[in-house]
Write a protein that binds this ligand. Structure first.
Ligand code: LLP
Length: 431
């Protein structure tokens, strides 16, 4: 079990809070976030990614899970933050994030988003393409401003992860190919532009990566490119951003990196490749999203019908589904589950856990062994802290679940459950 979970009298507690009480007070489906565990993880990153030769920055990749509450926690724990849209930017600004600590990503920022970012004095904009630069240049001229800028480059590294979340293969839509002359030409254009403060390069090699060699190779390729830049520009780049992608545990067989061990090794590796290539950037940043939150968030569901279809196929139907966690349907992602109200009972039955949406693919878990279940039981899927809430939808006019944070026996609502009224808030009546 993860974070601060424990079992008392057959029932699961998270952060000292009884999951049955959570159901009673907030209903299901419910996202439950373990605040102490998340803060501890934030500190694990900032403590262990730390160097004597460069300033290390940890940016929370907010797409993994974002609302005002988590942005507040990131701020409290001195993180920087990565946003990829006007909506994410708006959210972190409203949470009181220092604009200077915001990095604005995205592979097709719109004019309005760039305008918003400049108006709000966002610290760093990471350019993904030429068109963004043209718009940015126009806006900066108009507003008589300058902007700190990085460029996303693509080192073409093959990573062992689901193809939908690989990002640096040659055919990926993201960034500039590191090995094309036009990329260097583009950077020289930025360097010559007085309104642009070109500070460095960014890359992100993919997500849910277990193999540390991929990260080491990435650091080496980035150092190599920084050396070429140093020669071409006649100066050091100030910052190198190595992205996120650190894999986490979902089910047996997943072998995540032990961060307390990996991060110091990673730091040492970065220092050594910098030395090898004769570069000394002032700042190195990383951008973890999933690994910051995933294992410290769970989803609670109430079990409805149990349908035995065949000797070896029994459906357990829950009151949520692919609208609150689309990862199984989209990536064939695997999850574990427990009956939070029967924690001491031995697993004796197999279930296929499915949701209540009108899709055959609305399956949360293909096969899980659980105690004998009945309608009304409380199912929990741990490891749903990242990319579940943030990718949730209103498909079938499902209302999005509430998000609560638990800590030391106390519960705080971070996001209220959507209501039916919320569903029609922006609808116009047909006359
Ligand atoms: N930085 C950049 C530029 C990114 O594109 C991403 C993720 C991250 C950082 C954070 O990566 P992480 O540490 O979370 O792996 N929806 C998919 C994941 C998509 C990730 C996209 N980019 C999923 O549910 O698996």
């Amino acid at each position: 079990l993860f974070g601060t979970m424990e079992v008392k009298e057959n029932t699961l507690y998270i952060g000292g809070v009884n999951t049955e009480e959570l159901r009673k007070n907030y209903g299901t489906p419910l996202y439950v976030m373990d605040e102490v565990a998340i803060e501890t993880q934030m500190q694990t990153f900032t403590t262990h990614f730390s160097s004597n030769t460069f300033e290390s920055r940890v940016l929370y990749a907010s797409k993994a899970f974002l609302n005002l509450y988590i942005a507040g926690l990131a701020k409290k724990n001195n993180l920087f933050i990565d946003v990829v849209s006007g909506g994410e930017l708006f959210t972190v600004l409203r949470a009181g994030f220092n604009p200077k600590k915001i990095y604005f990503h995205g592979n097709n920022k719109t004019y309005d988003e760039l305008n918003f970012a400049i108006e709000e004095n966002v610290g760093t904009i990471i350019l993904d393409n030429q068109y963004e630069y043209e718009m940015l240049n126009g806006l900066l001229n108009e507003k008589d401003k300058t902007q700190r800028v990085m460029v996303r480059v693509n080192p073409d590294i093959d990573t062992d992860t689901h193809k939908y979340i690989q990002t640096t293969k040659e055919d990926s839509k993201f960034g500039f190919n590191m090995y094309k002359d036009e990329t260097m030409t583009f950077i020289k254009t930025l360097e010559a532009d007085d309104r642009i403060d070109f500070v460095g390069i960014h890359c992100h090699i993919g997500s849910q990566i277990f193999d540390d060699a991929s990260f080491y190779l990435e650091a080496k390729k980035m150092a190599e490119y920084a050396k070429q830049l140093k020669e071409a520009l006649g100066r050091e780049v100030e910052e190198i951003n190595l992205g996120g992608g650190f894999g986490v545990y979902y089910t047996a067989g997943d072998t995540p990196l032990d961060l307390t061990e990996f991060l110091p090794k990673y730091t040492a590796h970065i220092e050594s490749v910098f030395q090898e290539y004769g570069i000394s950037p002032k700042i190195v940043s990383i951008e973890p999203g999933r690994s910051m939150v995933n294992n410290f968030g769970s989803t609670l569901y109430t079990v409805g019908a149990i349908k035995k279809m065949a000797e070896d196929l029994t459906f357990m139907l829950v009151d949520g589904g692919m609208n609150d966690n689309m990862r199984p349907a989209m990536y064939e992602a695997k999850y574990e589950a427990y009956l939070a109200n029967k924690m001491n009972e031995a697993p004796s039955a197999h279930y296929k856990v499915a949701g209540k949406l009108c899709e055959t693919g609305d399956v949360l878990i293909e096969d899980v062994q659980l105690p004998e279940a009945a309608p009304g039981d409380l199912l929990i899927t741990p490891s749903t802290g990242a990319y579940a809430y943030s990718m949730s939808s209103n498909y079938n006019r499902m209302t999005r679940p509430a998000v609560v944070f638990v800590k030391d026996g106390e519960t705080k609502v971070a996001v209220r459950r959507e209501t039916y009224e919320d569903l029609i808030r922006n609808d116009e009546v047909m006359e």
